[in-house]
Design a protein around this ligand. Structure first.
Ligand code: KG4
Ligand code: ZN
Length: 341
């Protein structure tokens, strides 16, 4: 079944074409025929964060040509599409509406179903784009610019929220620390790079004391600001020690949850899952705990439409679809959705 995936929840316009094996298998064979991502970092960079109205306008400009390019690259004509999957929550409502409205009208024109997908469910399933099988139940950690949360994934479509951040998301903390250090936007990849030249033991960051699966990163950001004011450390040392403390917190809590819920597999996903130190330390800690960490290649960790096409495609295969009245919702929490499951 050929599925078109569309993602416009934030500052990336992404379109993908997937071929998902028909049938009721636990892990249906999936081929990514094309996956295009147009990042908007050039327009938001000068603001040091995302400017919502500019994000929506850029999505409008590029969505149609990107769909055409994605179909061309996949060597698929629009008549071959069986359905369209599109992110409808959470995210910037204006940005979401661009993808959702496009998907609805395109589906209507072609006479095919469309389905709204939760962005976080997309991230949680993204590692399946790179791994044929990830045994259930598994423990999923989403670390992105907007979210930091742990889920028990019982099977496809069944998720239990275990805990998340009380304040900043991990990616947000990376971005804010980079901004304090005048390193540019988005900060995560730059901090990752500069940290390689620094000493992880040079500065001891405070460790927030929180219940089992809860996180807090705003204290690390405040501590960094004070460090910069003192002006006694190099940028590289600050990046290395800050990154190390975030990584250690994420790894420690994830491994503890995997042990508590007897999950042999761990899934690490979201933009911060690109972080080189986090990938290494999570993989090593998983092996030590006799578990296996599944991490997608960086291109499927950050926002992409293949993960949306995959999740929506699987629901479409089960006979589900969305009505044309489906709305974009800025902050439908996947926490609540998961808890009612
Ligand atoms: O998943 P994503 O593309 O978008 C959201 O859904 O938020 O994540 C973007 C976040 C940004 O905060 C970015 O700084 C962070 O992921 N990020 C990284 C790295 N690459 C991207 N953080 C740390 N290290 C990286 N290498
Ligand atoms: Zn995301």
């Amino acid at each position: 079944m050929i599925i078109l995936g569309i993602e416009t929840s934030c500052d990336e316009t992404a379109v993908a074409v997937l071929d998902i094996e028909n049938g009721k298998k636990i892990f249906p064979k999936t081929k990514i025929l094309s996956s295009l991502i147009a990042s908007q970092h050039d327009i938001h960079g000068p603001y040091g964060g995302i400017f919502p109205e500019l994000a929506s306008r850029r999505h409008i400009e590029v969505i149609r040509p990107m769909v055409e390019d994605a179909l061309k690259e996949a060597k698929v004509s629009s008549e071959k599409l069986a359905g369209i999957a599109v992110t409808n929550s959470p995210g910037l409502v204006g940005a979401l509406l661009v993808g959702l409205s496009f998907a609805k009208s395109y589906a209507m024109g072609l006479g095919i179903p469309f389905i709204g997908v939760n962005h976080l469910e997309g991230h949680l399933n993204a590692p399946l784009l790179a791994h044929d099988k990830i045994p259930y139940p598994h423990l999923g950690l989403i670390v992105s610019g907007g979210h930091t949360a742990l889920y028990l994934v019982k099977k496809f479509g069944e998720y239990r929220y275990l805990g998340g951040t009380r304040d900043d998301a991990a990616g947000e903390a990376f971005d804010k620390v980079a901004k304090l250090l005048n390193l540019g936007y988005p900060g995560g990849p730059i901090v990752d790079k500069r940290a390689k030249e620094g000493d992880v033991k040079s500065i001891k960051f405070p460790k927030p004391k929180l219940p089992s699966y809860e996180f807090s990163f705003s204290g690390l950001k405040t501590f960094t600001r004070q460090l910069i004011e003192k002006n006694t450390q190099t940028t590289e040392n600050i990046c290395a020690s800050f990154q190390e403390s975030v990584v250690d917190i994420l790894v420690e809590k994830t491994i503890a949850a995997a042990k508590a819920y007897r999950c042999p597999s761990i899934v690490l996903t979201g933009g911060v899952a690109c972080n080189s130190r986090l990938r290494t330390k999570m993989t090593e800690a998983a092996i030590k705990a006799k578990k296996k960490a599944y991490i997608a290649p960086p291109v499927y960790c950050t926002d992409n439409a293949a993960m949306i096409g995959y999740v929506g495609g699987r629901y479409l295969l089960q006979g589900q679809s969305s009505p044309l009245t489906l709305n974009a919702v800025a902050n439908v929490s996947f926490t609540n959705m998961a808890q009612t499951n």
